[in-house]
Design a protein around this ligand. Structure first.
Ligand SMILES: [Zn+2]
Length: 195
């Protein structure tokens, strides 16, 4: 008895001699967004629901069938291959963190997928969702450096109760080789001295 782990769903039937076999590959029978358009373009059949039928009929002019595959054409972009299901995820993965490895944001990702030549109706929402859930993007995002609390003024009770000194520079060389600046501030009068 031969035992093996199947990576692709298939049924293999071996013949009497063991060298003839028949492979039955998975046939995708699920209905996707592409199916009604194909049905309409090939046989002129519309969905039963009037609302869906109206949408398919209206949008069908943007689609064309080439060798049984659906393509979308437009004025501002090249002809796009229509995809659905797992293919959409594969494309997003490849463009976002695959060979392109750009880790761009959701909106830019959807535009790049169009430039690469693919289309599905909710691609913008899917790309935004995908970018929001990318672990690397969350880890290396630009952190917000603003203070978590509101800034408050520093009060001073009397003269020279509190004062501060800062050193600034280096600046371009000035006369007598000076390039640093010492700034002192007295908090009560807000008097500033710079040397
Ligand atoms: Zn990312």
């Amino acid at each position: 008895m031969i035992q093996e782990t199947l990576k692709v769903l298939r049924i293999t039937t071996y013949g009497l001699l063991g060298n003839e076999f028949l492979e039955v590959l998975r046939v995708n029978t699920t209905e996707t967004w592409i199916t009604p358009y194909k049905r309409y373009l090939v046989d002129g059949l519309l969905p039963v629901e009037p609302m869906k039928a109206k949408i398919v009929k209206r949008n069908a002019r943007q689609y064309t069938l080439i060798d049984g595959n659906l393509f979308r054409h437009g004025y501002t972009h090249p002809i796009l291959t229509c995809v659905c299901g797992d293919q959409c995820v594969c494309i997003m993965v490849e463009v976002h963190e695959g060979i392109c490895d750009s880790h761009i944001g959701g909106r830019a990702l959807s535009l790049k997928v169009i430039r690469v030549g693919y289309y599905w109706p909710i691609m913008k929402e899917d790309c935004v969702k995908y970018a929001q859930h990318c672990v690397q993007c969350q880890k290396h995002a630009n952190w917000w450096h603003a203070a978590t609390e509101e800034l408050r003024s520093i009060y001073s009770l009397w003269h020279f109760h509190r004062w501060g000194i800062d050193i600034l520079g280096p600046f371009p060389l000035a006369i007598r080789q000076m390039k640093y600046l010492i700034v002192a501030i007295e908090y009560f009068t807000k008097w500033i001295e710079a040397e």
